[in-house]
Design a protein. Structure first.
Length: 401
């Protein structure tokens, strides 16, 4: 296994901007050079997949399918259990449309109070189209999933449970395996869907361990390119999913009157797929697979604990959900200062963070905090990065208070 030290040299952006501190990996992670090389390799020998009888097309197909196999293996799945989309948002929308006939009037869809808009609005819309009801699993006062609430909300009427794995705003981990078990016991017809956008880069996604029917994530949070996402589906669940996009590549036969769908996963991949991006994501997971997953988890957990301690030493900083384990992200407010001012002063000192509602407007409104500053970590983040960011934050706090 490759050592976690000195991996920063693999990332061109870190080499190019050594004075900067990048703490926005939850929005989009940096990419190692091998990803760019793999994409350039495709574009310098460019051809479409699954179509041509010529060598370039066959080579593109082989690279594309080999990437599919490696990406599937990275999450404990097989090639015929995943299909590609343009990202988590597209994947969740494709599920919401593809399961439309599965949900009827009076049925219920359950989500948590933590959801990113991408795992909330598609279900609001599906409920509106089908006359179904959206219900919410509440949070405890500390910001974790309230399992008592889940026991009440998940019932025989539940047809879909869609839940984030890690909150992109609070960093709180949702106990997916427990909720899936609860669904099996209390809601025999419920399909379980996991938004793994924020967990997949932190070594937390093994679809066998999660046990959910569908798991969705984006390539660009996993050290891969933008424009590619993955939907995993258990074979039985994929049989229930209808295609939501129609066109080339997803059929077995077409007449002027009607069409028959191809097999899985082809029927869910209408049109030319994001070929270079899939090949790039394949390179990203191969790069990531060089590291021991447990070691990555332990390193990131230690760095997050270090970050929380450092933040707790600034009296004006109030961390959200301070008493629970955080994965990847931590949000905070600075008493008496606007988050955008804090973000601007950090940026002026070369520290990149995200500020805003993080596409979780209802969650932050519920918590009484309209916007926060968010620090997020990647595999390349170091203690020195945190020290520099905290020093910059101290300066920002002094200026603003
Ligand atoms: N969903 C991404 C984030 O939380 C963009 O920043």
């Amino acid at each position: 296994m490759k050592n976690l030290h000195n991996l920063q040299k693999d990332f061109p952006q870190l080499q190019r901007f050594p004075q900067s501190v990048y703490l926005d990996s939850a929005a989009t992670a940096l990419v190692p050079q091998v990803v760019l090389d793999a994409m350039a390799d495709f574009y310098t020998q460019k051809a479409n997949v699954h179509r041509g009888a010529h060598t370039l097309s066959m080579q593109a197909t082989a690279a594309f399918e080999s990437a599919r196999a490696d990406i599937a293996a990275y999450i404990g799945a097989t090639s015929n259990e995943i299909f590609f989309t343009s990202g988590t948002t597209a994947g969740l929308n494709q599920l919401a449309y593809g399961l439309e006939q599965y949900v009827g009037a009076g049925d219920e869809i359950v989500v948590t109070r933590l959801e990113h808009h991408a795992n909330l609005i598609p279900w609001q819309q599906l409920c509106a189209r089908r006359g179904a009801k959206l219900r919410f699993i509440e949070l405890t006062d500390s910001g974790e999933i309230d399992l008592d609430s889940a026991r009440v909300v998940i019932t025989a009427r539940t047809k879909i449970i869609a839940m984030t794995h890690v909150s992109n705003t609070l960093g709180v981990v949702v106990p997916i395996a427990e909720l899936v078990a609860l669904a099996r016991a209390q809601a025999p017809d419920a399909l379980t869907i996991v938004d793994a956008a924020q967990s997949v880069a932190h070594g937390l996604v093994n679809v066998q361990e999660l046990g959910a029917d569908f798991v969705v994530f984006s390539g660009h949070k996993l050290y891969g390119p933008t424009g590619v996402g993955v939907v995993y589906g258990r074979s039985a669940a994929l049989e229930l999913l209808q295609p939501a996009l129609f066109g080339g590549g997803m059929i077995s036969s077409v007449s002027y009157e009607k069409a028959e769908w191809g097999g899985v996963p082809a029927r869910f991949e209408a049109g030319t797929p994001p070929i270079a991006e899939v090949i790039g994501l394949g390179a990203a997971v191969r790069w990531l697979s060089q590291f021991d997953r447990e070691e990555v988890r332990a390193y990131e957990a230690e760095l997050m604990a270090y970050t929380l301690v450092a933040l707790s030493k600034i009296p004006q900083v109030r961390v959200l959900a301070p008493s629970v384990p955080h994965v990847g992200v931590v949000s905070f407010v600075v008493e008496g200062a606007h988050a955008y001012d804090v973000g601007a002063l950090l940026d002026a000192q070369g520290v990149a963070v995200r500020v805003g509602h993080h596409c979780t407007q209802p969650l932050l409104e519920m918590l009484g905090v309209p916007v926060t500053v968010r620090i997020s970590l990647g595999i390349y983040t170091t203690r020195e990065d945190i020290d520099r960011a905290v020093a910059a934050l101290q300066i920002a706090v002094q200026k603003l208070s």
